[in-house]
Design a protein around this ligand. Sequence first.
Ligand SMILES: [Zn+2]
Length: 260
Amino acid sequence: MVRVLIIFSFLLVGLNSMAFTLNTNFAAAFPGEEVKVNLATHDCTNLPYTNDEILSMASEGVNKFWNKVPTSKLKIRRGEHVSVAGDFESGALCTSNTNGCVANPALSGQSQILISCNSNTTNFSSNGVLAVTANVNTSGSDIVGSVILLNNRSGSGLATLSRESFISVLAHEIGHAVGLGHSPVTDSLMYYANIANRVSLGEDDMDGITYLYPREQPTSCGSVAYIQDDYKGGKPIASLILLIGLITFTLKSRKKALLS
Ligand SMILES: [Zn+2]
């Protein structure tokens, strides 16, 4: 019976740990512990938020989701509003997508993470495609820069989302930007479809981000001081013994005094 239980729990662990996928076939990840999210300065005319609100929501999203994983060293920070070429507003993200994204050279010089509103119909074949992301600039297995394009077409599905869902979409795309692919598990932020009212990462998301950005564990053994009860109460007990001794001595002395 014990053996069956052990095998069963092993199977569950195995299934969970294998569910996340990566955005590249070479496990690309940012090499440092901090990555900034910047936003292109051109207006997102078909979205119901200002650029500053979008950057704030991206920051809110990373703090709500990715920056909360204790086993991951990655910290994603709010960046700046940056001026970029017009290709980021109107160009395709990839020149080919047959075997993964071949980044449009006009967008591939980026560093860190750039979010840009974009209305290119190759990127957004329908308004149901909310956003697209690619690790456009890599060096070996390091990600140098990633680009997130938000659907800024007229009638964009992004414009219909609640603020909370918009934040979840931004956080999902940032997940791709740091190297994660989709998860088949529905309670994962990296599930391919947007799910309303998401409040936290799923286990699969945490496994994935920890795989790419493992936090180094201390090499020495931790220690916790143990205070023994007799030591902890040493002073009061010693005082009590002294007091009892003193009373006994006094009583004996008085008794002796009375008898004599
Ligand atoms: Zn996705």
